[in-house]
Design a binder for this molecule. Structure first.
Ligand code: ZN
Length: 130
C-alpha cells in the first residue's frame, strides 16, 4: 500500500509524526481553527445582511404608496423572509409591526387568507416606552 503524503492543514508543510496528526505545530492547529471560525462568522454576517437588504427591497417595491396590503405568498415567493428584521414597533392594540430598516410589515389574517400589511417607519414610533 502506498503511503499517502500528509501535510499540515494550515501551512502545508509535510507531516512526519503520528498518522492522525493534522498540523505541524500547536500554532498551526490554533491558527487553522481560528480562521475556520472567523470565516463561518463572516458568512453568517453576510447571509443575514443580504436577507435584510432583500427584505427591505421587496417591502419597498410593494409599498410605493406608504401603506399596502397584499397576500403573504406574494412576498414570500419573491424571497421575503419574515424571520429577518431590524426592529419592531407595537401599537396600542398590541399588534407587533416588524421592520427592515424604514419599511415595516404586520402579519394578519383576512377572510382566512394570510396577508401582510405594509407600512413605513414614522417619527412617533421612535418613542421608547411603547
Ligand atoms: Zn503547519
Amino acid at each position: 500500500m502506498k503511503k499517502q503524503e500528509r501535510r499540515c492543514l494550515d501551512c502545508g508543510k509535510p507531516l512526519q509524526g503520528r498518522t492522525d496528526q493534522k498540523y505541524c505545530s500547536e500554532y498551526c492547529r490554533s491558527s487553522y481553527h481560528y480562521n475556520l471560525s472567523k470565516d463561518k462568522k463572516e458568512s453568517l454576517y453576510h447571509k443575514i445582511d443580504k436577507q435584510l437588504k432583500k427584505n427591505r427591497r421587496l417591502l419597498m417595491a410593494y409599498n410605493k404608496a406608504g401603506k399596502a396590503t397584499l397576500r403573504k405568498s406574494v412576498l414570500d415567493d419573491a424571497g421575503f423572509n419574515p424571520k429577518f428584521f431590524t426592529h419592531y414597533w407595537k401599537n396600542q392594540k398590541g399588534q407587533v409591526y416588524l421592520f427592515c430598516y424604514e419599511y415595516g410589515f404586520l402579519s394578519l389574517e383576512e377572510n382566512g387568507k394570510e396577508k401582510y400589511l405594509l407600512v413605513t417607519w414614522q417619527e412617533y414610533m421612535q418613542k421608547k416606552h411603547l
